[in-house]
Design a protein around this ligand. Sequence first.
Ligand SMILES: Cc1cc2nc3c(=O)[nH]c(=O)nc-3n(C[C@H](O)[C@H](O)[C@H](O)COP(=O)(O)OP(=O)(O)OC[C@H]3O[C@@H](n4cnc5c(N)ncnc54)[C@H](O)[C@@H]3O)c2cc1C
Length: 338
Amino acid sequence: MITATGTKQTIDVLVVGAGLAGLLAATKLQAAGRSILVVEKAHGVGGRLATWRLGPGRGDYGAQFFTVRQPQFQAIIDEWLELGLAFEWSRGWAAGSAVADGADDGFPRYAITRGMTAVAKHLAANLTIHNQTRLTHIREAGDGWEVAVEDGRTFGTRALLLTPPVPQSLALLDAGNVPLNAANRAALERIEYAPCLSGLFWVEGGVALPAPGAVQQPEQAINWLADNQQKGISPEAAIVTAHANPRQSKIWYEAPTGELVGLFMGGLRPYLHKTSVIKAQHIHRWRYALPLVTHPERTLLADGLPPLAFAGDAFNGPRVEGAALSGLAAATALLNSA
Ligand SMILES: Cc1cc2nc3c(=O)[nH]c(=O)nc-3n(C[C@H](O)[C@H](O)[C@H](O)COP(=O)(O)OP(=O)(O)OC[C@H]3O[C@@H](n4cnc5c(N)ncnc54)[C@H](O)[C@@H]3O)c2cc1C
């Protein structure tokens, strides 16, 4: 039960982060009868499941599609397919892609109808979520935790689930002097991520990306280009997503937006008609985009502290599927620990 005392609340599990890991964990914990609160620093939900409205259209500027390897994730996708939330986008990429050049490799690539954020909104509908709530530090408090928000609010919780990229979670614990044991700290500090620079471009006058509307070319500076109109999530306008590869993203990370537009246009121009014009653009810098070094288990439950679990795509399997399975594993670990 949630009890409010001034600005403090005591809840069973406070989930930090409304990305896929946090949303699925919170759903499972709530279904098991726990009182939960999700806090999220951003205005909306989804984290790296991110969709932006640009002109009359929209484009995914974080995750582009997802694949399924495990039956547990397949069951979730089957439900999303049934609800019309997810659809199969393709089984391979276009001619011109360095990977599976023009081939159907038999593995479905799924996407979310109206953009990735839609599935996060669907999951969030039955949860208590405080948006625009950025934590600044976490402290041990008795047999639980106290978390502090930048606007001065604090929340009390018996258990804590941290799903931000791990360096950000560690910074929150360090700010409150939480004594993580040496083995846990070493395991968490091993995790590394690559950045990704992402651009969305509203193109009028035609985009010539081959069916199914995307090229994947790991060796190129711009390693991914996708037409969100051909993908089916932006019928109103051609919005093209462009990603810089990890190496270029690192080099150009701090460059001014104008220079990044130039970098993206180098990759995009070959797929535009001579008369095409860019009507608007949106550039986003993801500091922690894709894990390079992951933890070998789906979750980490801290030793010798009140219940504290870590989850996200850096735990045992990267990407959307890894985040989902990690969130579920962390929820199970917390249910078993109480
Ligand atoms: C550009 C890009 C392209 C990608 N492409 C693909 C792809 O095609 N296929 C695929 O499978 N995966 C892809 N991924 C990876 C995929 O998006 C992630 O693996 C997955 O979405 C991660 O989910 P998560 O819940 O672990 O983390 P996140 O989605 O990062 O969620 C963490 C949440 O914590 C919040 N948070 C952080 N700090 C605080 C704080 N102090 N207080 C409160 N809240 C906080 C964040 O705002 C965020 O919402 C891509 C990622 C990027 C960035």
